[in-house]
Design a protein around this ligand. Structure first.
Ligand code: TRP
Length: 322
């Protein structure tokens, strides 16, 4: 408590939601930032689904192609009777490719923060895979959570597709991999999707689509603050910016203030200078080697890597190091 700033202390009062606190803290910081975890309200989730179908957004297509072609080889690495545990399952579309290829999967444990979505998808999976135990866990997968007791006797395969690991800072990615090793235990396999370093044009186009969906997705953070916090952001006064930071091998997404402006959030005045940016997300890109180094530093041994024909995306299998 002693170390908390006055602002943080005042903001931690109950009448402010976590979202309000994070928006005010992030927008009074320098440089300004907003946490990407607030992208995914209903509008944001819908826009994200649209992004995955955009012609410029290659990662989803590439990863589905890799899983479609190589899931049987991945499944061969799994122990005989396995529980497939997915971190941040969303629509389970990719998990279905694994389930179709791997009769050794006896249980599927989707872990997701959205319990409504989880229950609906679990019902569909039970209908489509009659012999599979579907055991959803509603939890924030970056924090500790309990696996269902009924999988105690099964082997473990973790599944973390979508290059979501690239949305963490490197130290967070390492912490997540360590945390996954702890949850999955000895002899576990972890299947991870990562986006590969490639030419700048392809990378930046994926986050600057011609139809402007990614821009709307980014701006939805401010629209959401207007809806939920009564903030008064004028969306026309902000533009979407995404560029490749080659030195740090990451796409950076920002919202740029088009002019000097003042807005208010929960009675707090927020000032933005002309061209001042709000940093909203990073998407780190890896090479097979750089990801291997990250994994080795976090209790895993890389055992196999698959890629699409263009070498744009990679799915890697890791084994828990003894
Ligand atoms: N993890 C994916 C990526 O970094 C998907 C994603 C997360 C994304 N946030 C995004 C895609 C924002 C576009 C815009 O590419």
């Amino acid at each position: 408590m002693r170390f908390q700033s006055v602002v943080a202390r005042r903001l931690s009062e109950d009448r402010y939601s976590a979202f309000a606190r994070d928006v005010i803290e992030g927008l009074t910081a320098r440089p300004k930032r907003l946490s990407p975890k607030y992208f995914y309200d209903e509008t944001g989730s819908r826009l994200f689904e649209e992004i995955t179908a955009l012609p410029e957004y290659y990662p989803t297509r590439c990863e589905l192609a890799i899983l479609g072609a190589h899931a049987p080889e991945m499944a061969r690495l799994f122990p005989a009777q396995t529980a497939l545990i997915e971190f941040g399952s969303g629509s389970s579309k990719k998990a279905r490719l694994m389930l179709d290829a791997a009769p050794s999967i006896a249980a599927y444990v989707p872990v997701d923060i959205s319990s409504k979505w989880l229950a609906e998808e679990a019902a569909r999976l039970r209908r489509d895979y009659a012999r599979l135990a579907v055991l959803p866990v509603a939890a924030d997968f970056t924090e500790s959570f309990q696996l269902p007791r009924s999988i105690a006797t099964l082997g473990r395969a973790g599944f973390f597709p979508g290059s979501t690991i690239g949305n963490f800072e490197p130290h967070q990615a390492r912490a997540f991999l360590q945390h996954a090793a702890g949850i999955l235990g000895e002899d576990a396999i972890l299947i991870v999707g990562i986006d590969l370093v490639k030419d700048e044009g392809t990378l930046t186009a994926a986050y600057n689509d011609a139809a402007g969906v990614t821009a709307r997705f980014n701006l939805n953070l401010l629209a959401r603050a207007n809806r939920e916090l009564g903030a008064d952001f004028d969306l026309a006064k902000f533009s979407h910016q995404a560029f490749y930071n080659r030195e740090r091998a990451r796409i950076e997404m920002h919202l740029v203030s088009r002019s000097r402006q003042k807005t208010s959030v929960c009675g707090r005045m927020i000032e933005l200078g002309e061209c001042e940016t709000i940093h909203t997300e990073n998407s780190y890109k890896f090479t097979v080697e750089s990801f291997g180094t990250l994994a080795r530093g976090a209790g895993w041994t890389p055992v196999a890597a698959w890629s699409d024909a263009d070498g744009y995306f990679s799915v890697q299998a890791l084994r828990a190091a003894k």
